[in-house]
Design a protein around this ligand. Structure first.
Ligand SMILES: Nc1ncnc2c1ncn2[C@@H]1O[C@H](COP(=O)(O)OP(=O)(O)OP(=O)(O)O)[C@@H](O)[C@H]1O
Ligand SMILES: [Mg+2]
Length: 230
């Protein structure tokens, strides 16, 4: 799978269960170490010819690369023993050694932005799924990533709550954030994406603007998938 994403693009990845969407996303963040291939984000390149040992130098590069990436999961993964504000302050404090005041300021602004300005002192388990997911987005943004990766961010949510989360992603797109979204929400993929990738069996079968993928797909595998799902 080979993909180049431009700054400010919103790319949706769709495809059947088990086709490799999550694995691909995890490789971009090096949560999964690919056997071979290259990942470049901003000025950081991680390159593997195939099968070599993962060295300490590689891990150092991976660390630099991950600093440019924010990741959001289906299951939110907020720290349960911290408030929403503390969740969004933690990584900048620990990883970037940002002062407490600066971290608080950034976290507050981001929580305001995702519509949680009035809930900063709440604990995750007292929030709805949609609120937790928006908090998770704010937490990821607090590290000022160059790209945001989402793995089925709304799959655990009711439709109307999903919309709150999707609206945050749309607003980030308007701000020029680069986003790659694995999703089963075809309506969102169609309406919000600059580009849609259809993946099957670990390869990108077809890629293009949403009008093309959804209205006029060329590959029979894309047609078949969309027929089943829509
Ligand atoms: N760590 C791993 N080691 C070996 N195989 C794996 C590993 N993780 C995933 N797989 C396999 O790789 C394939 C792709 O999995 P992946 O989770 O990327 O699919 P997916 O497209 O995200 O599916 P879904 O839509 O169900 O989330 C599957 O066959 C899965 O069983
Ligand atoms: Mg998956």
């Amino acid at each position: 799978m080979s993909l180049r994403v431009e700054r400010g693009e919103l790319v949706s990845i769709i495809g059947p269960s088990g086709c490799g969407k999550s694995t691909f996303l995890r490789c971009l963040n090096l949560l999964e170490i690919p056997d071979g291939g290259q990942v470049r984000i901003e000025d950081v390149l991680v390159s593997r010819a195939g099968g070599e040992r993962w060295t300490r130098a590689d891990e150092k590069q991976a660390h630099l690369l991950r600093a440019h990436v924010g990741m959001v999961f289906q299951s939110f993964n907020l720290f349960p023993h911290y408030t929403v504000l503390q969740n969004a302050m933690l990584a900048p404090r620990v990883v970037r050694h940002v002062t407490s005041e600066a971290a608080r300021e950034t976290a507050s602004q981001l929580l305001e932005k995702v519509g949680l300005g009035h809930m900063t002192d709440r604990y995750p388990q007292t929030l709805s799924g949609g609120q937790q997911q928006r908090a998770a987005i704010a937490r990821a943004l607090a590290m000022k990533p160059a790209v945001m990766l989402y793995d089925e961010p709304t799959s655990a949510l009711d439709p109307e709550v999903s919309e709150e989360v999707l609206n945050v992603m749309r607003a980030l797109d308007d701000d020029g954030m680069t986003q790659i979204v694995v999703t089963h929400d075809m309506r969102f993929a169609r309406a919000a994406s600059d580009r849609v990738l259809f993946v099957e069996g670990g390869v990108i079968v077809e890629a293009g603007p949403p009008e093309h993928i959804f209205s006029d797909p060329v590959d029979p595998r894309t047609r078949r998938f969309l027929r089943t799902i829509l």
